[in-house]
Design a binder for this molecule. Structure first.
Ligand SMILES: NC(=O)c1ccc[n+]([C@@H]2O[C@H](COP(=O)([O-])OP(=O)(O)OC[C@H]3O[C@@H](n4cnc5c(N)ncnc54)[C@H](OP(=O)(O)O)[C@@H]3O)[C@@H](O)[C@H]2O)c1
Length: 334
């Protein structure tokens, strides 16, 4: 029991990954959850400990066993590659478990888009909710499967949705996005290897990144999305260029944001003080600032978040809190 409430038993699969370790760290200290199982990938790998979590969490990482994962849990977090989530999530749902999936497996509702970007997801299980809490707080309550948004889409959709919904966007939307290297997961590739990204900034995935489809789905508007890899371990910063009607008053933009995010504890509006990654790193906040040239209608919006927290594990715990009727901030303002 904690605070008079029965602790919710949770399991984590993918606990040795970047996002999974953040999940373990958050859930081990969460006031209303009890972390019962934390698992890695291989069924044959030996048990291991996470040195970074010593004194924070007393458990050990077990080999992945889907049957055991669901045995002692009310909810399971999947921080796995999408092909593993696509296979495992339906099995857990069939056993009545609530699932919070961090992969892209269940994010795209359009079948053709899913076939292109997440071909291992044959069909969408019943009751999937796209877990951007700021937009779907009511739908999340009791949801069986929460598909947590991607890191880039979280920043882009939080930054743009208030403007698009208010009918303020009149021009093309260009999202110039930068991510730290942990966004690609822990296995190095030629692009993410230290000697490639140290001292370098590079574009990748232009017109070929699956997060563009997710952003467009959630905005209902087309975007030009250009991701960059920057030599940071964590963090995302998106500089977004668009147009609003000439002569739009600054208050109109500010009001669109204030109205949307009133009561949203993890969105901080910084106005003309444009945010940077340093101010959101290691937090679950997404900071949004903007600059308007009213005479021309040019608008630049800047959004920053920590890809492993608001872009992954923190966001998943935020969804969990809302889905189980807990305080949305429980375990996250640490
Ligand atoms: N990194 C981010 O910023 C971020 C943001 C949002 C969403 N996501 C999504 O979250 C998920 C995890 O990302 P990550 O960056 O934490 O990845 P990661 O660092 O590469 O970790 C992957 C985890 O999955 C396990 N795993 C690998 N292959 C597996 C398989 N075939 N079957 C079962 N388990 C397997 C790994 O276990 P071993 O240690 O045993 O190999 C590890 O625990 C991905 O779907 C990713 O797209 C990541």
């Amino acid at each position: 029991m904690s605070n008079g409430r029965q602790a919710i038993r949770v399991g984590v699969a993918g606990a040795t990954g970047y996002a999974g370790q953040e999940l373990v760290r958050l859930l081990a200290r969460h006031p209303h959850s009890r972390l019962t199982r934390a698992m890695a990938s291989s069924a044959s790998s030996p048990q291991r400990e996470l040195p970074a979590l010593a004194h924070l969490w007393r458990g050990t990482i077990e080999p992945l066993d889907v049957e055991a994962l669901g045995e002692d849990a009310d909810a399971v977090f999947l921080a796995l590659p999408e092909e593993a989530s696509a296979e495992i999530a339906p099995r857990l749902l069939a056993r009545g478990l609530r699932v919070f999936d961090l992969s892209g497996a269940f994010r795209l509702r359009d079948q053709a888009a899913r076939a292109r970007w997440y071909p291992r997801t044959a069909g969408m299980p019943h009751g999937v909710v796209y877990g951007l809490t700021e937009q779907r707080r009511a739908e999340l309550v009791g949801a069986p499967l929460v598909s947590c948004p991607g890191c880039y889409p979280t920043a882009a959709v939080l930054a743009l949705r208030p403007l698009v919904s208010a009918g303020l966007v009149t021009g093309e939307i260009v999202i110039d996005a930068k991510s730290g290297v942990s966004g690609a997961g822990k296995a190095p590739s030629e692009r993410t290897h230290f000697s490639e990204c140290h001292g370098n900034v590079s574009t990748y995935g232009v017109f070929a990144h699956r997060h563009a489809a997710e952003i467009e789905q959630e905005l209902g508007a087309s975007v030009t999305f250009v991701p960059h890899l920057v030599p940071l371990d964590r963090g995302i910063l998106e500089t977004i260029y668009t147009r609003v009607p000439v002569g739009t008053a600054p208050d109109v933009i500010a009001d669109a944001y204030r109205t949307t995010y009133e009561g949203a504890p993890f969105v901080r509006l910084t106005g003309a003080a444009l945010p940077g990654i340093r101010q959101v790193a290691h937090t679950n906040f997404c900071d949004i600032g903007w600059a308007l040239d009213a005479a021309t209608g040019r608008l630049v919006v800047v959004a920053a978040l920590d890809n492993l927290l608001k872009g992954a594990a923190g966001q998943a715990v935020q969804c969990f809190n809302v889905a189980f009727g807990l305080d949305e901030c429980a375990g996250l303002l640490v």
